[in-house]
Design a binder for this molecule. Structure first.
Ligand SMILES: NC(=O)c1ccc[n+]([C@@H]2O[C@H](COP(=O)([O-])OP(=O)(O)OC[C@H]3O[C@@H](n4cnc5c(N)ncnc54)[C@H](OP(=O)(O)O)[C@@H]3O)[C@@H](O)[C@H]2O)c1
Length: 258
């Protein structure tokens, strides 16, 4: 077993997950970065993690696949021998935005299969590994951090399946926080607002206008690093008497205004 604490970050090949992986490596974690891309296509992003000088592996895996989830757990345990943090960040938007009266079963299965089912069963597998290590060794204080969205509570009728998946992640947070509290495993949810990544590339102009017109009290795009900093704080142990907590990293989007 290596001395570094070990963090698994899903969706770390780009965007928010990549920034989280860089930050946790900067904080001294060994990092297992998960994504579906071939390693050769994301060399620069992976090098950003590697350049922090901590032990690092990339695992090409689809979290919607049972065998891939098993492979993630096995690879991390084989290479590092421990897991201290799971950041459930991997997620997709619908391939096509469609009015809720037109949403297809195919799109629902695709989005829920990755965002919800994949996240649930990866969490279950890694939580079991965390429980085992707590029972075998002293000094472990594992954490699970779910990246949901303001879409967990905000209606977008053009992407119902995404909103439903994110509302489901909020319940995954509550359920695992409750179940795992007896082992000292804390579970948190981060709700990002509008973040400047590939996911928002297709709606950049629209969101730009909304932000400029006052959609968020803090008038700027969120950056992947905003989320990475929040993850870093949650992993620091300074919030260890909190579990099931939701951290809004959204420029104040959640504030109701009159
Ligand atoms: N951007 C925003 O405004 C925003 C706001 C709220 C919440 N979020 C949430 O934050 C998370 C990250 O979003 P992002 O903006 O960084 O998105 P992104 O730039 O589109 O990146 C998505 C990441 O998820 C990975 N991924 C997708 N499907 C996967 C699968 N089946 N198995 C494993 N990895 C998979 C991708 O890896 P590959 O490319 O290698 O497949 C990629 O690394 C998502 O859960 C998203 O819903 C984003």
């Amino acid at each position: 077993m290596i001395d570094n604490k070990v963090a698994i970050i899903t969706g770390a090949s780009r965007g928010i997950g990549n920034a989280v992986a860089v930050q946790l490596a900067r904080d001294g974690f060994a990092v297992a970065a998960v994504g579906t891309s071939d390693e050769g296509r994301i060399v620069e992003n992976l090098n950003a993690i590697r350049s922090m000088g901590q032990p690092f592996i990339y695992i090409k895996a689809n979290i919607a696949s049972q065998s891939d989830r098993k492979a993630i757990e096995e690879k991390v345990m084989d290479v590092f021998g421990r897991v201290d943090v799971l950041v459930n960040n991997a997620g997709v938007a619908p391939k096509v935005r469609m009015d809720i009266l037109e949403t297809t079963e195919e799109s629902m299965d695709h989005v829920l299969g990755i965002n919800l089912k994949g996240t649930f069963f990866l969490t279950q597998a890694i939580a079991r590994a965390m429980v085992k290590e707590i029972q075998m060794y002293q000094g472990f204080s594992p954490k699970i951090i779910n990246i949901s969205s303001v879409s967990a509570y905000t209606s977008s009728t053009q992407r119902a399946e995404y909103c439903i998946s994110k509302a489901g992640i909020s319940m995954i947070t509550t359920l695992f926080a409750d179940r795992l509290s007896e082992y000292g495993i804390n579970v948190y949810e981060i709700r990002p607002g509008i973040i400047y990544t590939d996911m928002t590339a297709g709606v950049r102009e629209r969101y730009e206008n909304l932000i400029n017109n006052g959609l968020t009290p803090i008038k700027r795009w969120g950056q992947p690093e905003d989320i990475a900093n929040a993850v870093s704080v949650l992993c620091s142990g300074k919030l260890d008497f909190s579990t099931g907590e939701v951290i809004n990293v959204d420029g104040g989007f959640h504030i109701r205004r009159l």
